[in-house]
Design a protein around this ligand. Structure first.
Ligand SMILES: Nc1ncnc2c1ncn2[C@@H]1O[C@H](COP(=O)(O)OP(=O)(O)OP(=O)(O)O)[C@@H](O)[C@H]1O
Ligand SMILES: [Mg+2]
Length: 256
């Protein structure tokens, strides 16, 4: 992290992500119409929205996995749509992506899964240093004891935490969480939400957290945006939105 303190040199402001007038259609159907979003350093932004509305598409655009039709996406002040292969790879070592599916490699142990990003990016070759980083990453998620297990031997919550550990091992400055608590029991979900906050505080990371889990949204958000019909329909703090009188906004905060 210390080595990356100069990350903002190539940008004039404090934003690590700047999206302007982003538009994306699939097969003539406009999913994202006019998305504008700026994320500050150390900020946790939560995105709420119905299933199929375009939340995953949006964060895939940020890391250059989906190419937008129009608009500008800057990460660390650089236009993602103009990055070459090498620049995209460099950017992706600084932006962690927790996929909606855990995307662990089933044929590798937990240790090998965690070593993978380090080896692939050739960031570190020293065995001892790799061991230390793997241990630190597992310690962050409270799972040092499963280091030699296979993903299939772990529960869903453990797999989620391991995929988080694997993302954290590169000490990303931005983390994009796609439904980090989905499918987990309330207690495990709470642990993940706390972990998201610990990571924010420990590494000063900025995050976008996509979730349907209101408790996760409440615990982790500095700011919430509601995606609807291709735009951010509403914005505000959890408490602002919870007390908003708009029926559509209200519909997100109805609990049983
Ligand atoms: N690569 C793609 N090609 C064609 N259509 C796509 C592609 N990716 C996403 N879509 C479509 O874009 C729409 C938005 O998908 P997206 O995955 O972003 O939804 P979401 O808001 O993340 O939903 P969920 O909450 O269920 O995860 C969907 O209709 C989906 O089918
Ligand atoms: Mg999704």
């Amino acid at each position: 992290m210390e080595n990356n303190k100069d990350i903002l040199n190539n940008t004039n402001n404090n934003y690590v992500i700047e999206i302007e007038h982003l538009q994306k259609s699939f097969d003539g159907r406009m999913i994202l119409k006019d998305i504008n979003l700026k994320v500050k350093k150390s900020e946790n932004v939560v995105i709420l929205g119905k299933s199929g509305i375009g939340k995953s598409v949006l964060i895939k655009c940020i890391v250059g996995l989906i190419f937008p039709d129009k608009g500008s996406i800057k990460v660390f002040g650089k236009e993602v749509t103009q990055m070459n292969h090498k620049e995209l790879n460099e950017m992706r070592t600084r932006v962690g992506f927790i996929f909606q599916s855990n995307a662990l490699y089933d044929s590798m142990t937990v240790r090998e899964n965690l070593e993978f990003p380090l080896r692939r990016n050739k960031i570190i070759n020293d065995k001892k240093e790799i061991d230390n980083l793997v241990y630190e990453a597992l310690e962050n998620v409270g799972l040092t004891d499963v280091i030699d297990k296979m993903p299939a031997e772990l529960s869903g919550g453990m797999r989620k935490r391991i995929s988080l550990a694997r993302t954290l091992i590169l000490k990303p400055e931005i983390i994009l969480y796609d439904e980090p608590t989905t499918g987990l029991d309330p207690l495990t979900s709470r642990e993940i939400s706390k972990l998201i906050n610990t990571i924010q505080n420990k590494y000063n990371a900025s995050s976008i957290i996509i979730t349907h889990d209101l408790e996760c949204a409440k615990r982790t958000s500095n700011r919430i945006l509601i995606l609807q019909d291709g735009i951010f329909y509403a914005k505000g703090s959890f408490d602002d939105l919870k007390t908003n009188n708009d029926p559509f906004v209200k519909s997100f905060f109805i609990t049983v």
